[in-house]
Design a protein around this ligand. Sequence first.
Ligand SMILES: NC(=O)c1ccc[n+]([C@@H]2O[C@H](COP(=O)([O-])OP(=O)(O)OC[C@H]3O[C@@H](n4cnc5c(N)ncnc54)[C@H](OP(=O)(O)O)[C@@H]3O)[C@@H](O)[C@H]2O)c1
Length: 366
Amino acid sequence: MVVAAAPGVHLPCDAAVGNRPRQDERLGNPPRRRGRRAGAVSVRVVLAVTAASADPADPLAGLVVGDRPDPEPEDGWVTVDVRAASLNHHDLWTLRGVGIKEERLPIVLGCDAAGVDAEGNEVIVHAVISSPGWAGDETLDPRRSLLSEVHDGTLAAKVAVPAGNVVPKPGALSFEEAACLPTAWLTAYRMLFTNSGAAPGGTVLVQGAGGGVATALIVLGRAAGMRVWVTSRSEEKRAQALGLGAHEAFESGARLPDRVDAVMETVGAATWSHSLRSLRPGGTLVVSGATSGADPSADLNRVFFLQLSVVGSTMGTREELGRLASFCEAAGVRPVIDTVLPLTDARTGFERMLGGDLFGKVVFTV
Ligand SMILES: NC(=O)c1ccc[n+]([C@@H]2O[C@H](COP(=O)([O-])OP(=O)(O)OC[C@H]3O[C@@H](n4cnc5c(N)ncnc54)[C@H](OP(=O)(O)O)[C@@H]3O)[C@@H](O)[C@H]2O)c1
């Protein structure tokens, strides 16, 4: 979007966001100016959802929905017109000041998006940004970042990423569905198919059935021929998990009918002990999150006596994202979406996630 304004005057330029303070006042960035005619300047701006400040106690205080300068791609980067973007806990952590330095703010939030590149190709954006010169599994690059940590993220009408950070969007998936894949679904894919060692016919336990990663684990595990058991504190979420394809659903902490081959853990402290107790000898606990706390008892006696493996898992590679998209198309599975909202109403989506009562992903359309 281009706005012509007299020098020094910054006009509101998107009716959807109404009267706002000056962009440079709100976000601390000078607007980019392109061209000058008859005393006017052109300012290219896009709608974006930004973390302007961080507050551990009140994360939504720093959330700004408004204009940002168009992203300027670096050499070797491309710009994607975002059609849909999805929300992750990562975005709330950023607003709390976790995992980001204050000098990085303001920054556009968001890791996940699907859209259209400059050649008109429908693409999914891969959120893991390798450091220059890195080759191999980008999740192992110690200097990697996720979109919205160093570079502006995906909750915007446009996002700039390295040219290698897009994969083709299968035509069978809508933009909203494809926008769910890059973080929660990719994490679930790597946990199950790269790190758990579980094979079709094996039994996996998914803790905390309602989360974005957990719902992905249920759908992917079922589609791959695994027996999928889930736990949840909520009867409603247990019923929804069964509807998604889980074979059995148990109350959190319940004694299981049998030991499982692998446990998928994202809840953390609240379920850790149950996860270790649920594994068969030689089983694998894959952990990618710790929503309820990161310091449970390690229960080392159980770990070594039963020869359990505890495997950390984070995000996935571009290649895994491509395979995940193909898997969804080939197996006919689709991401679970809780809510779809216009990007202008992003605050409502953040409030829903903060309320903690989600079943699946919150998606914003542009
Ligand atoms: N490493 C990575 O690459 C990566 C990627 C994505 C996400 N993550 C992390 O993974 C975690 C999961 O994220 P998410 O968005 O999928 O889900 P989430 O909303 O954080 O919730 C996961 C589940 O945790 C359970 N839970 C929360 N607090 C609990 C408590 N006090 N006691 C018992 N259960 C509790 C809830 O299950 P019930 O209500 O069903 O019991 C909830 O559905 C987050 O911490 C996120 O930061 C990591």
